[in-house]
Design a protein around this ligand. Structure first.
Ligand code: ASP
Length: 428
């Protein structure tokens, strides 16, 4: 019998998870899901996170050390950052256009606003503490944060991916600068480690359908109680975010690929879909990174030199979905609080949402905390995030898909313009 394609396996797992969650919620067995099913989802997330640092380290060292010419690296670096910034600004602008058409906050009742504010007051406090640290930092703090003082320390925390990237680049560059015979064995070692880690990704993916089943069942029982009511109150807002995200995936990325590469969007979509589905189920671009890298390399033909740099950097700083969501949410909240936003405020949102999305960690719910910074930029109080917390997990799942798709699109574009897009032979 022919093996089912990976994306169908994952989709089936998601579907069964939704059914299981819905049945359990209807029968009043939410506890069963939380105690006996959800842990398998957490194990799946942990497995993915487990290999992120070793994968980025090994593949960047391998990628950089095989470059014949280091100036290429700075060219790839500058282009990558430039395109990432451009797509983020496009996403924020798109979000602003959509939210200014639908105006979801204008019809939001003050009673509902007060109710949500009271309900989520504690979450707001936690978010405020997180955002305060970012606000207090000096303008060059991001540069300081990039350079680790201890590699082991950096490697113990998936949130310090830029530090791991920094050390790996340094390591790879030093290897290129040394005579070949000095580094022959180290090169062989990293080649082997790389193959082993990619094999581990394959092994973990065998478990993916069960992992996503468990994650989806957990999400459904969390939401089942309040979904109908939430949809009534936050439906227009949520649909505005989802519509904007859909335009990114169905229009903007295909257009970018068409303009800069010869890759057909259908093929791109088929190659990257398992990563998109995992992004949706895990709400974390960092957890999805190993799969995004594997899919781009093995199924889209992006060379390791490009993918090993562009994708981890993208997972950390390029969040088109998050920036679009932050723009829509900021305007929604401002409208619900009765603020009138002028053109200058909207321009401020473009700037702050771009920066806030760069600073957003690639983990579930991080975009919501950084939304406080965007709100601050237009003078809206941080308590406003209480209005959108209730639907945040669902929107987080959708925006993470866009974050990951954006990274893969840019990796494909860079590979294509560098002549580093190889034909792919494998099918799944
Ligand atoms: N969950 C998102 C990600 O990992 C970040 C966010 O918007 O909360 O890409």
């Amino acid at each position: 019998m022919r093996k089912m394609a990976l994306h169908w396996q994952i989709l089936s797992g998601m579907f069964l998870g939704v059914v299981l969650g819905a049945v359990a919620a209807t029968a009043g067995h939410e506890q069963f899901i939380t105690r006996w099913v959800n842990p398998f989802g957490v194990i799946f997330m942990n497995l993915l996170k487990l290999i992120a640092v070793p994968l980025v380290f090994a593949s960047l060292v391998k990628g950089v050390s095989s470059l014949s010419d280091i100036t290429k690296l700075s060219r790839i670096g500058t282009r990558t950052i430039g395109i990432y910034l451009t797509t983020t600004v496009i996403a924020v602008t798109l979000g602003l256009v959509f939210v200014n058409v639908t105006n979801p906050g204008k019809s939001f009742s003050p009673e509902k606003r007060q109710e949500l504010q009271a309900q989520y007051a504690a979450n707001v406090e936690i978010g405020k503490t997180g955002a305060q640290g970012v606000k207090d930092a000096g303008p060059l703090q991001f540069l300081v944060d990039m350079v680790p003082s201890n590699f082991i320390d950096a490697a113990t925390n998936n949130g310090k991916m830029l530090q791991v990237i920094f050390f790996s680049l340094l390591f790879g560059i030093a290897m290129v600068m040394l005579p070949e015979e000095n580094t022959r064995y180290v090169k062989g070692f990293f080649d082997g480690v790389n193959d082993i880690i990619l094999k581990i990704v394959d092994i973990i993916m065998l478990y993916a359908p069960f992992g996503v089943l468990a994650l989806m069942a957990g999400v459904i029982v969390d939401f089942s109680d309040s979904l109908g009511e939430l949809f009534q109150a936050l439906g227009v807002y949520s649909l505005t975010v989802v519509a904007g995200l859909a335009v990114m995936v169905l229009l903007i990325y295909p257009l970018i690929l068409k303009l800069f590469t010869k890759v057909k969007y259908g093929e791109f979509f088929k190659g990257i879909m398992p990563a998109q589905l995992l992004a949706f189920s895990t709400s974390s671009s960092a957890a999805t990174l190993p799969v995004t890298m594997e899919r781009c390399e093995e199924h889209l033909g992006v060379s390791k030199e490009v993918s090993s740099f562009v994708l981890p950097v993208g997972a950390t700083i390029n969040m088109d979905g998050t920036s679009l969501y932050q723009a829509v949410a900021a305007v929604f909240i401002a409208q619900a609080f009765g603020y009138d936003l002028h053109l200058s405020d909207q321009l401020t949102i473009i700037m702050t949402a771009t920066l806030a999305s760069i600073g957003t960690a690639a983990v579930p719910g991080a975009g919501l905390i950084m939304l406080i910074i965007v709100l601050g930029g237009v003078g809206v109080e941080p308590e406003g995030i209480a209005l959108v917390i209730a639907v945040d997990r669902l929107l987080d799942m959708c925006r993470t898909v866009v974050n990951v798709t954006g990274d893969a699109t840019v990796a494909t574009v860079i590979a294509s313009t560098e002549g580093k897009l190889q034909p792919v032979t494998e099918d799944d």
